[in-house]
Design a protein around this ligand. Sequence first.
Ligand code: DX5
Ligand code: ZN
Length: 219
Amino acid sequence: MKNTLIAPSILAADFANLQKEINMVNKSEADLFHIDIMDGVFVPNISFGMPVLEAIKKHAKKSLDVHLMIVDPDRYISSFKKLGADVLTVHYEACTHLHRTIQAIKAEGMKAGVALNPHTPVALLEDIIKDIDLVCIMSVNPGFGGQSFIEHTYDKVAQLKEMIRRNKANTLIEIDGGVTNKNAKQLAEAGADILVAGSYVFSAKDSIATIADLKAITK
Ligand code: DX5
Ligand code: ZN
């Protein structure tokens, strides 16, 4: 089958030992670092901001997949480019002029991602799917790690896969929230290209082995 990418979510890392956690991801079979930026307005939580991202960038040896859970993300697109983001994902629900925002992210040389909250239908992306490098389907309500996976996600992956095919787009499908060894295989089979996993990876006794296991079961 295909190579499903695994993106450990740093939100679940031990921030007092961040360098150690980053080195663990560097050494593992993980493909990307998933970085959750929350502003306390778009979501009811504040995670971390620019200085922490700068510190992560210093040690990370893999691409940075930055997930902005903030209102009006256009204000910070060039800042996140300077901080080293490779993929910059904004929320559909946070953008009034989504097409313009996507163009601005690409103009900075980053891949443009759009995240959908669980209540947001995939069909709303039909007219711009060809412009989007990555769609992040939220499989929990954004704001916190460690929540349980919403089962309706499988239907959304199938719908999105079909939309991508119909439009001859090259968009990647990412799943974010509640990913474990219980749902990873089914998600990969439904068409997911990238699986984000936070608490499942970082709360494991052996995070490197857990990442290897996720890679193996989604091959
Ligand atoms: C949720 C974040 C997720 C979260 C995933 O708002 O966007 O990336 O860190 O964490 P788990 O895998 O613990 O659900
Ligand atoms: Zn995320």
